[in-house]
Design a binder for this molecule. Sequence first.
Ligand code: DGL
Length: 277
Amino acid sequence: MGSGAGADRNAPIGVFDSGVGGLTVAREIMRQMPQERIVYFGDTARVPYGSKSRETILRYSRQIIRFLMTRQVKAIVIACNTASAYALETVEQEFDLPVIGVINAGARTAVRATRNGRIGVIGTEGTIGSGIYTEVMQRMRPDIQVIGKSCPLFVPLVEEGLLHDSVTDEIASRYLAELKRHFIDTLVLGCTHYPLLRSTLGRLMGNDVVLVNPAYETAIELKQLLESRGLSCEPGGGEGEKYQFYVSDLAEKFTAFATSILPDAVRETRKINIEEF
Ligand code: DGL
């Protein structure tokens, strides 16, 4: 991972995702580190990432990191599980600033939480197909059994606002049935959108299954990383807007969604041409 040596501790953190989902990660960073400044980029023109190839996601991730670096960020958080699965290992070698993804923190928490060694992971086709959660968790504890299940309909359901709806319940019951048959005791919400379905998923899995939200764990990992590098923002440090939002398309739709899930209203979202970077 790049050192970020010489970076300004009061500079913002760059956070990116394929669209709005990564706001669940930004929201956790805002909660846990209220003094930090954030530049968020949502790739709304090219979403979804979950059904695209590794090569394409790597190209997109490089472009976005180049853009965020023009905003003088001190570190990057890849808030998207699919981009973390496909691009993190490569981009952390290529860029000279600290880059973290959402997978390691979530995997570590799940391995600590399980009692019976059977962990379920739900995510996009890309994340589940990459096998990355299984790889990371089995590196930590080789006897862990990981059962992955892609849930492609969850992202559109969340984006349509159907968080508490009988249609969502029905689809979730079908997806989760397979995981229940394996008697998992821990379930990783391995996609940015899924924490917004937490109450439905928790109810369907039952009280004995621990739900792991990688967004929450990633914010903790980020806090530790910034502290260890002397990169935590000073109270009241930095200049300009505290939170900046950029997208590659449909800025107004993004603003409305962001306002509905973030603690404060989002005043402005700027649209940029990401292909220029
Ligand atoms: N952000 C993506 C993820 O966490 C979900 C949406 C998409 O497929 O782009 O994997």
